[in-house]
Design a protein around this ligand. Structure first.
Ligand code: ZN
Length: 614
C-alpha cells in the first residue's frame, strides 16, 4: 500500500514520505503531498466516521481521494491536477470497469477484500463524490459534509448515510443519483448536435448507454451531470441561453441527463459554433461525438475550459494514431496529418498558457489507453504508429521545440516551486520529442550531465536508454554507481529498464532479477521491475512468442507463496486477455490456467485468475 491511516499512527511506504531534491522527482513531491494529505484527511473521513462493513470501503476512500485531489489542486495548478486525475481514472479504472473484475464502487460480493482496494473504489468513488459537488455546488456540498459529521461523529456508517446527509442538508432527493453506487461499467454518452441557423436553435441530444458487464447484464440510466459550452468562429465563448430560460447567462451550462436520451436546445445561435463537451470532466463517462479535425483544432486553440482544451488535443492525437494503425494493417504508408502538426505548433507558440498544461496537452495518449479504444488490440501497430507520430512531429517542429527547450532552461539553482516544476515538465516533454531528431542523443547526454535534480536526470537518462544511444549503458552504470545504496532511487533505475519498449527487454528484466539490489520480497522492488514490465511495457509484455507472459506467470506463482496481495495485483496484468488477437489470447489463457492449477493458490490470486478465466 501507499500508506495507512491508523489513528495516531499513520504508516507510510517510504516512497510516500522520504524526499530530497537529489533523489525525488517533481512527481514524487506531488505524490508525497497528496498521500500525506490523504492519510491526514482520513482522521475525519475514515476514522472519526468509519465504515460499518467492508462493502462501504468507498465511503471513506472515494471521499478521501476527492479531498486529497482538491487539496493538491489548491496547492498546485488546479487545471493540471484535474487532467492528471482524469488521465489516471481513464487509464486504470475504465479498463477495470470493462474487464472481468468490474464491480460497482460499493461491491456486493467479494472473496478477498484486499482485491477491492481498486481504482473503482478509490478513483471512480472520488469521481462520484465530485458529482455531488457539481450538482449541489460548493456551499451545498459543505452543508452536506457538516451534517454528515454532526450526525455520525464516532459512528460506523454506510454510503446510504452519506447520501442521506447530502440530500437532507440540501432539502433535495438524491435517490436516483444513488444508482451510481450499485451499477458497474463506464457509461457512454453519445452526443448528436443539429443547428437550425434560420431559427437560431442549436439542438443537443444526449443519449446514455452502459455496456453490460460480467457482473450485471442489465443496466439502468444514471444521473449524469454534463457540462458544456459553445465556441464562436472567432474562438470566443457563446453566452448561453437554453429554451425556456429568460436570458442568456454564463458560458458553461450543466445539463442533467437522467433518462436514456434527452434533447436540449440552445437559442439565439446565429453563426456556426463548435461544442465543447463534458467540461472539467463533469462525470466519469466516455463521450462519443463525430469530431472533425477542424472542430478539435478550434477547441485546442481557443477553449476556455482547460480540461476540454486538453481533451481536444488528446482526441486529435488519438484519432491520428489509430488511423495510422489502420493504414499499417492495410499495408499503406503512415502519414502525419497536417491538422495535428498545426495544432501542436500552436501549443508550442502559446506563451500565455501554464507550461504544465501545454506539457499535458503535448503528451501523446498512452499505448494502453489507445489499446482500450480498439476492438482487437494491435500491440505492435499502436507502438509503431505512436512512434511514427512522435518522430514526425519532432522532425517537423524541431525548430520550435528546440527554441522552447532552450528558453525554459532555468539557469539558476534548483527550485521546487510549482512554476519551476511546470517549466521542467514542458522542457522535458520537448526533450522527449527532440530525442527523435538527429541531435537527440547529444541533447539527452547534455541534459543528464547538466542536471541538478532527479526529474531532469531521469528525463535525460530515459532519452538515452529508449533511443538505444551509444552512451546508454555507461549512463545507467554511472547512475547505479551513484545510487546503489539508495533503495528508492534504485527503484527508478529498475523501472526505467523494465519499461524500455521492445521484445528484447525481457532479457534485461530477467538479468535484473539477479541484481543485488533486487528482492522479490520487497513490494516496491516488485512493482518497479516486474510490475512496470507487465503494466507499462506493452511491446515487451505482449511479445508475440509469449515469453513475457510466461515470465510474468512465473513471478505471480513465486509471489503467491510470499505475498498473496502483491501476487493478486500482478496477476491482474492478464485481465484484458480477451481483447487481444487469437494467438496472444491462447498464450495468455494458458498462463492463467497454469496459475489457477498451482497447488496452494491463495484466495487473493484465485479470485483474480478465476474471474479472468470465466
Ligand atoms: Zn485511504
Amino acid at each position: 500500500m501507499g500508506a495507512m491511516e491508523n489513528k495516531s499512527l499513520n504508516i507510510f511506504n517510504s516512497k510516500y514520505v522520504l524526499a530530497s531534491p537529489d533523489t525525488a522527482t517533481d512527481w514524487d513531491y506531488q505524490s508525497i503531498e497528496g498521500v500525506i494529505g490523504h492519510e491526514y484527511f482520513h482522521n475525519w473521513t475514515g476514522n472519526r466516521v468509519t465504515c460499518k462493513d467492508w462493502f462501504q470501503l468507498t465511503l471513506k476512500e472515494g471521499l478521501t481521494v476527492f479531498r486529497d485531489e482538491e487539496f493538491s489542486a489548491d496547492m498546485q495548478s488546479r487545471a493540471v491536477k484535474r487532467i492528471q486525475d482524469v488521465r489516471d481514472l481513464r487509464e486504470r479504472q475504465f479498463p477495470e470497469d470493462a474487464g472481468p473484475m468490474a464491480h460497482p464502487i460499493r461491491p456486493d460480493r467479494y472473496i478477498e477484500i484486499n482485491n477491492f482496494y481498486t481504482a473503482t473504489v478509490y478513483q471512480k468513488g472520488a469521481a462520484i463524490i465530485r458529482m455531488y459537488h457539481t450538482l449541489l455546488g460548493e456551499d451545498g456540498f459543505q452543508r452536506g459534509m457538516r451534517l454528515y459529521f454532526d450526525r455520525h461523529d464516532g459512528q460506523a456508517v454506510s454510503c446510504d448515510d452519506f447520501l442521506a446527509a447530502m440530500a437532507d442538508a440540501n432539502d433535495t432527493n438524491l435517490d436516483r443519483f444513488g444508482r451510481w453506487y450499485s451499477q458497474s461499467g463506464t457509461p457512454e454518452v453519445t452526443v448528436a448536435t443539429e443547428h437550425d441557423e434560420a431559427s437560431g436553435c442549436y439542438h443537443v441530444t444526449l443519449s446514455q448507454h452502459t455496456p453490460p458487464s460480467h457482473d450485471q447484464a442489465e443496466k439502468i440510466p444514471l444521473v449524469i451531470p454534463f457540462a458544456m459550452g459553445l465556441l464562436n468562429p472567432d474562438g470566443s465563448e457563446v453566452i448561453l441561453q437554453l429554451e425556456g430560460e429568460a436570458e442568456a447567462v454564463g458560458t458553461t451550462r450543466l445539463l442533467i441527463l437522467d433518462k436514456d436520451s434527452q434533447r436540449f436546445t440552445f437559442t439565439n445561435i446565429h453563426q456556426p459554433v463548435v461544442p465543447s463537451l463534458l467540461r472539467d470532466f463533469s462525470a466519469p463517462v466516455k463521450v462519443l461525438y463525430p469530431w472533425s479535425v477542424r472542430d478539435l483544432s478550434h477547441l485546442i486553440a481557443h477553449d476556455a475550459d482547460t480540461f476540454a482544451r486538453w481533451e481536444a488535443a488528446q482526441q486529435l492525437a488519438q484519432n491520428c494514431i489509430l488511423a495510422q494503425v489502420q493504414r499499417r494493417t492495410d499495408g499503406e504508408k503512415m502519414q502525419l496529418h497536417p491538422g495535428l502538426l498545426d495544432a501542436f505548433a500552436g501549443l508550442l507558440r502559446d506563451r500565455e498558457a501554464d507550461p504544465a498544461l501545454l506539457a499535458e496537452a503535448m503528451m501523446l495518449p498512452a499505448d494502453d489507453y489507445l489499446a482500450e479504444q480498439m476492438e482487437v488490440v494491435d500491440v505492435d501497430g499502436i507502438h509503431a504508429a505512436r512512434q511514427f507520430i512522435r518522430s514526425g512531429l519532432a522532425q517537423a517542429l524541431a525548430g520550435p521545440l528546440r527554441e522552447r527547450f532552450t528558453e525554459l532552461d532555468d539557469a539558476g539553482p534548483y527550485s521546487k516551486s510549482s512554476s519551476a516544476m511546470a517549466r521542467r515538465s514542458l522542457r522535458n516533454v520537448c526533450l522527449s520529442y527532440l530525442v527523435k531528431t538527429g541531435e537527440g542523443n547529444d541533447l539527452a547526454s547534455a541534459h543528464l550531465a547538466g542536471s541538478n535534480n532527479m526529474t531532469d536526470t531521469l528525463a535525460g537518462l530515459r532519452g538515452l536508454v529508449f533511443n538505444n544511444a551509444p552512451g546508454a549503458a555507461t549512463a545507467l552504470q554511472a547512475f547505479e554507481n551513484r545510487w546503489k545504496n539508495d533503495a528508492l532511487v534504485m527503484d527508478k533505475w529498475f523501472a526505467m529498464q523494465a519499461i524500455k519498449p521492445g521484445h528484447e527487454t525481457i532479457h534485461e528484466v530477467k538479468a535484473l532479477m539477479e541484481h543485488p539490489s533486487f528482492s522479490i520480497r520487497n513490494p516496491n522492488k516488485v512493482r518497479s521491475l516486474i510490475g512496470a514490465f507487465a503494466m507499462l511495457n506493452p511491446t515487451g509484455f505482449h511479445a508475440p512468442d509469449g515469453t513475457g507472459y510466461r515470465f510474468h506467470a512465473d513471478q505471480v506463482i513465486a509471489l503467491n507463496a510470499i505475498n498473496p496481495q502483491m501476487a493478486a495485483r500482478m496477476a491482474s496484468a492478464f485481465n484484458r486477455w480477451k481483447k487481444y488477437d487469437e494467438s496472444r489470447k491462447a498464450l495468455m489463457k494458458a498462463e492463467l490456467q497454469r496459475i489457477s492449477t498451482e497447488s496452494g493458490l491463495s484466495p487473493d490470486v484465485a479470485e483474480i485468475v478465476n474471474s479472468a478465466l470465466k
